[in-house]
Design a protein around this ligand. Structure first.
Ligand code: PSU
Ligand code: MN
Length: 340
């Protein structure tokens, strides 16, 4: 009797065979809990420019209703640049790629929705299974941008290596996510509370390109335009950013890139004062133990800095993210115009 050897692995679907991140169409065939906004779907189908936007800045980064207004003005800047915004968030266990105004409102007004979670990669499966609402950090926004085939993602500050990480080991999952999502992340640097030098070292180890966007090769310091650390590369137009992303695509590279855009010049003078408040808030968090409480650290520090500066940090935060939204929109437009 001739018996055929049983295959060692019997993948039933394409996704089980995939080692790389799967595509949106495969995920949807698997009944993944993802809803793509019709406008975003339409743009993606026609390879029109789309910019992904995160929602942790809404749920855990700014007070209501400033958070909602900022999310809307950021979307509007993406549109003015000629691209379609795709604000990503979790509503009752469904991933929304493109939020309706009421969904944004629900994530923004945390007083009515206090159980809304901050979503990093490790939280995703559980939060979806338990039907939670959540704000996507850079890490989870990168995941869904990559899944949907969105090439550009604009935000304020990337997570990174925290001060004292040599003992706390607090290093944001955002950094690793940039190694597996082929997306250009546009930010004003990393969060103001981090160790910039060590974050850049870590990105180098991970092989993530860091590119300053603008007049200097200084890596920006979020509230101020220069950190004293140099980026390995500098560009000053959206076409160059688009060509970098396209080269990665041509080479089959799975990593993303960090485009660091300094805060607009008129916010430079207040930046020094803001950075002093950051230093004070960090000292307080080390004294009261918040610095050792994982994902709570950032929201606490941002709130404290806002208190210490009578809201001036908030104005700067809004300005820098509106700016990265515009530049992200321009990069997405340039990318869509490259011959493919
Ligand atoms: N920068 C801000 N406010 C924020 C964040 C960054 O000014 O709320 C968010 C981003 O979503 C980023 C996340 O991805 O903080 C990183 O958090 P953690 O360090 O816990 O990984
Ligand atoms: Mn952390």
């Amino acid at each position: 009797l001739q018996r055929r050897a049983a295959p060692l692995l019997r993948p039933t679907t394409a996704s089980l065979r995939c080692k790389r991140p799967i595509s949106l169409s495969v995920a949807l065939k698997e009944h993944a809990p993802i809803d793509v906004h019709p406008e975003v779907q339409e743009a993606l189908a026609h390879r029109r420019p789309v910019v992904a936007l995160e929602t942790t800045i809404v749920t855990h980064g700014m007070p209501y209703p400033t958070n909602r207004e900022t999310a809307l003005s950021v979307e509007s800047n993406v549109r003015k640049a000629g691209a379609i915004p795709a604000t990503i968030g979790l509503i009752e266990g469904r991933v929304k790629i493109g939020l309706e105004p009421l969904e944004l409102e629900r994530l923004a007004d945390v007083s009515k929705n206090p159980s809304v979670v901050k979503l990093s990669r490790r939280d995703l499966g559980t939060a979806i299974a338990l039907k939670k609402d959540g704000g996507t950090t850079c890490s989870t926004t990168l995941i869904f941008a990559a899944l949907a085939g969105i090439k550009v993602f604009s935000t304020g500050g990337l997570g990174g290596v925290h001060r004292g990480a040599e003992s706390t080991m607090d290093i944001s999952a955002d950094l690793h996510e940039l190694t597996r999502c082929p997306v250009g992340l546009v930010s004003a640097g990393v969060k103001s509370i981090l160790d910039i030098g060590r974050t850049l070292e870590y990105l180098e180890t991970l092989g993530v390109p860091v590119v300053s966007y603008g007049p200097t090769d200084d890596f920006p310091a979020f509230y101020t335009r220069r950190s004293g650390f140099k980026s390995p590369w500098r560009i000053d137009d959206p076409e160059s950013a688009a060509r970098i992303l396209n080269t990665h695509r041509q080479l089959g590279m799975s990593n993303g890139a960090l485009f660091a855009v300094p805060i607009p010049e008129e916010y430079e003078s207040v930046g020094e004062e803001l950075q002093r408040a950051v230093e004070q808030a960090i000292k307080e968090s080390e004294a009261n133990g918040v610095s050792r409480r994982g994902k709570e650290a950032t929201p606490w520090l941002l709130k404290r800095v806002s208190e210490l500066t009578a809201g001036k940090s908030l104005n700067s935060n809004i300005a820098l993210i509106e700016n990265t939204a515009t530049i992200g929109g321009q990069i997405a437009v340039a990318y869509s115009q490259l011959a493919r």
